[in-house]
Design a protein around this ligand. Structure first.
Ligand code: C2E
Ligand code: MG
Ligand code: MG
Length: 759
């Protein structure tokens, strides 16, 4: 408190004396009053900034000092000197409490009087007042007959305290993760309470659109009118501030050009000025705007101005949190690559639909989609092209579906569609048909044309599965069936498929012990020189006979071994067995044969693969030149790792053959990148070579091309003499197929080799 000069104090005392004499007093009271005037004087000394009041308890007349009045915005001549004057000014919620406190003090229940209360300023706003008082007793009766007190304006301190408390509450709400709309309302109310008459709003910026965040005191129609507005250089205060990233103060909405186009939505609701502060993230990005409105034209005073800054900061914390949450949700519920629903979103939706399903609901179906040979695309053209294909497929699926259907990417190249509102049995089939059609349209990436295709399994809810697990399993089982039937098609689930799936499961289960229990064996199929008829090589093919399952096809168990991580073990066993067998034949004088072993593409990603080949060669003592590794085109790609493995294998000296040539994506690329020895033209071409002119031309070209590049050609799946004759004419040197021999046991093969010429 500023210290007072002596002259000021004397003046104060003179005023007090005058005040005292102005009140009519009895003789006895004058004595007491003299004493009390000392006290008033002491009080005045303590704080001459305080207002004074003096309440005559008998008459309820109250003397209010000029300072008391000016504190509340009144002139000295205003206000009656009555208790009712105070009663009319004090906040209705505080009145009873304060009077009770005075009563307690006067009756001796408490020994002092000190209260805080809200009192209405002449302007209409409330001030926080602290009042202290002491009683003056009548000497004769010892009863209090007056109460004299001070008023101190503690509004600033109180406001700061409230601000602290409210801020703490808001921060707690943020920390607890309360919904943003609740926090926005709390922030608005905080500043509205600090500045009576003000109304606050928070708008979020999404792209360049303003979205309603919170404005508890603004009319709904106004909020709705603003929601969705595009920001720009002259779009009211908030639209402009989010556009420029700077504070915008509009003193008068009616006349400011920035509001010219949209004032009609604000003025009918009384708003006359609007100040807007951009809400920014910690990195400075504009996230939205905080707006303050009054119903009269105005510019902010210092306090309002600094509150505008802090309000925008506080709202910024919430908005940034919302942005982060949204991003997290997007990551969780949206597939980043394709922008389709994520696996998590798919499961949630499916579960929700099943839970809320009742007799009145329309049925729905589940489509489980898997791209055919996607792995080949990835392996041969690289993951970038693979990703682009997935995006393209996602778009095509969207075209194939209706708004009501949910499309999700489940993993890699697997998609699921919930076909909603199924009215007849054909509904899901029709969607599946559209997917097949759209997906199989050719697509070109960097000049390379692909013709994608997919297989689809369909299951109906609740017929094929009543829980999300069983329904998915049914759709997956149907998908497997579609693949087995030759891919690029769809299949409906039926119960028989479950039996098939159970069989697959058993294969998986028993395969683990197949090597240990010596259930695996190798058969050999001769590769015959077409001109001389001599066997020049044998292809080792795996066989598995299980006591319960019977003979299991290598196509099935090789894929299963791969999926359960058993393939390296199996390949090692095949290589050892085949090379040992060859060593055996070599010992018995059959020097001109070599052995071919099939190698799955996944081995090329295995660091131990090249050392494994080296170990086998060393252990069995066969020459590298006598071992031929057959790989499918899938493995042939520009991928550095695979090229490196090929080079290492070449360094070892083993021969390399491209198996099933012509059926993959990279037939010609394989010839460009790799130093290979043999092309094995797939049975698919040999089958039609006699009947289809085009196929014959193709085989002719493959042979010529292979020869020009210095490769040997093996024709696979030769079954007819006519095929053999034609192949001979076309210059193919080696044939393999049932015409020469089925794959046979090692013993039978030994006999064939001894005969040497088999045709
Ligand atoms: P592949 O390497 O293309 O082997 C040729 C397949 O065609 C063999 O089927 C063989 O029995 C069959 N085949 C040969 N000539 C004829 C013919 O004239 N007519 C007909 N219809 N078929 C003929 P298999 O033994 O069932 O093997 C199928 C596939 O399984 C093989 O195709 C190969 O990719 C894979 N496979 C077999 N054994 C192994 C193995 O030990 N390791 C790996 N990774 N794959 C293997
Ligand atoms: Mg083969
Ligand atoms: Mg083949």
């Amino acid at each position: 408190m500023p210290s007072k000069s002596k002259a000021q104090l004397l003046d104060e005392i003179a005023k007090l004396r005058a005040e005292l004499t102005a009140v009519h007093l009895t003789k006895e009271e004058r004595t007491a009053e003299l004493y009390n005037s000392e006290q008033r004087f002491a009080m005045a000394m303590r704080s001459a900034n305080d207002g004074l009041w003096d309440w005559d308890l008998q008459t309820d007349e109250v003397y209010y000092s000029p300072r008391w009045k000016s504190m509340l915005g009144y002139e000295e001549h205003e206000l009656d000197h009555m208790l009712s004057t105070w009663e009319a000014i004090v906040h209705p919620d505080d009145r009873v409490r304060v009077l009770q406190k005075a009563q307690d003090y006067l009756s001796g229940i408490v020994t002092s009087f000190e209260v805080e209360m809200r009192m209405r300023h002449k302007d209409g706003h409330y001030l926080f007042i602290r009042s202290r008082a002491f009683q003056v007793k009548c000497n004769a009766t010892d009863n209090p007959h007056r109460l004299i007190g001070t008023h101190v304006d503690i509004t600033q301190r109180k406001k700061a305290e409230i601000l602290d408390k409210r801020n703490a509450k808001i921060l707690e709400m943020i920390a607890k993760g309360n919904p943003a709309s609740e926090i926005y309302d709390e922030i608005a109310l905080l500043y509205e309470e600090r500045h009576p008459g003000i109304r606050c709003s928070m708008l979020e910026l999404e792209g360049n659109k303003l979205l309603h965040g919170g404005a508890p005191s603004l009319p709904k129609e106004y909020c709705e009118a603003v929601h969705g507005l595009e920001n720009g250089p002259n779009i009211g205060s908030c639209g402009t501030s989010t556009y420029t990233g700077k504070r915008v103060l509009v003193e008068n909405i009616e006349t400011d050009p920035k509001w010219a186009n949209i004032k009609h939505v604000a003025t009918p609701h009384g708003m006359r000025c609007c100040w807007s502060e951009p809400i920014k993230s910690s990195s400075g990005k504009v996230l939205g705007a905080f707006g303050m409105y009054y119903n009269h034209p105005a510019l902010p005073n210092d306090e309002e101005s600094s509150d505008l800054t802090s309000a925008a900061r506080l709202a910024g914390i919430v908005m940034e949190r919302e942005h982060n949450l949204k991003r997290i949700r997007e990551l969780a519920y949206k597939d980043e690559l394709t922008q389709l629903s994520s696996r998590a979103q798919f499961y949630l939706t499916l579960e929700k639909m099943i839970k809320s399903f009742d007799l009145n609901s329309l049925r729905f179906s589940l489509l489980y989609i898997d791209l055919d040979n996607f792995k080949n695309v990835n392996d041969s053209l690289g993951h970038d092209v693979g990703d682009r294909l997935l995006k393209e497929v996602a778009q095509r699926l969207q075209q194939a579906c209706r708004e009501v259907d949910l499309i999700a990417r489940i993993s890699g190249d697997e998609f699921c569609i919930i076909v909603n509102e199924v009215v007849d049995n054909d509904c899901a089939g029709k969607v599946a048909q559209r997917c097949l059609q759209l997906i199989s349209e050719p697509v070109e990436f960097e000049g390379r044309k692909l013709v994608p295709s997919c297989s689809i399994g369909i299951a109906h809810y609740p017929l094929d599965g009543e829980t999300h697990q069983t329904l998915l399993k049914a759709a997956d089982t149907a998908l497997y069936e579609a693949k087995e039937l030759g891919k690029n098609r769809y299949a409906f689930y039926n119960e028989e498929l479950t039996t098939k799936a159970e069989y697959r499961f058993k294969v998986e289960q028993y395969l683990r012990e197949a090597i240990e229990k010596q259930q695996l064996s190798l058969v050999y199929q001769p590769q015959v020189d077409i001109t001389s008829g001599n066997i020049v090589g044998v292809e080792a093919l795996s066989r598995w006979y299980h006591p319960l399952l019977g003979q299991v096809s290598p196509v099935d168990f090789i894929a299963t071994a791969e999926s359960i991580g058993m393939l390296p073990l199996l390949t090692e066993w095949v290589l050892h067995t085949a090379c040992e067998q060859l060593a055996c034949w070599k010992h018995s004088g059959l020097t001109s044969v070599r052995v071919a072993v099939n190698i799955s593409p996944s081995h090329f990603l295995d660091k131990d693969f090249v050392p494994l080949i080296a170990r086998v060669l060393e252990k069995t003592g066969i020459l590298p030149d006598d071992l031929e590794l057959e790989v499918t085109e899938g493995v042939v790609q520009t991928n550095q790792q695979n090229l490196f493995v090929f080079e290492q294998l070449k360094e070892l000296g083993v021969k390399l053959a491209i198996d099933d040539f012509g059926t993959g994506y990279s037939s010609v690329a394989s010839l460009k990148h790799l130093n290979i020895d043999v092309l094995k033209i797939d049975k698919y071409f040999i089958d039609d070579i006699l009947t289809d002119h085009k196929t014959r031309l193709l085989v002719n070209s493959m042979i010529d091309m292979g020869h020009n590049l210095g490769h040997k050609i093996i024709a696979e799946g030769v079954e007819k003499h006519e095929q053999l004759e034609l192949l001979q004419k076309l210059g193919c040197e080696i044939g393999q197929g049932y015409l020469f021999s089925n794959p046979v046991s090692a013993d039978e093969m030994s006999q064939l080799l001894n005969l040497s010429t088999v045709v």
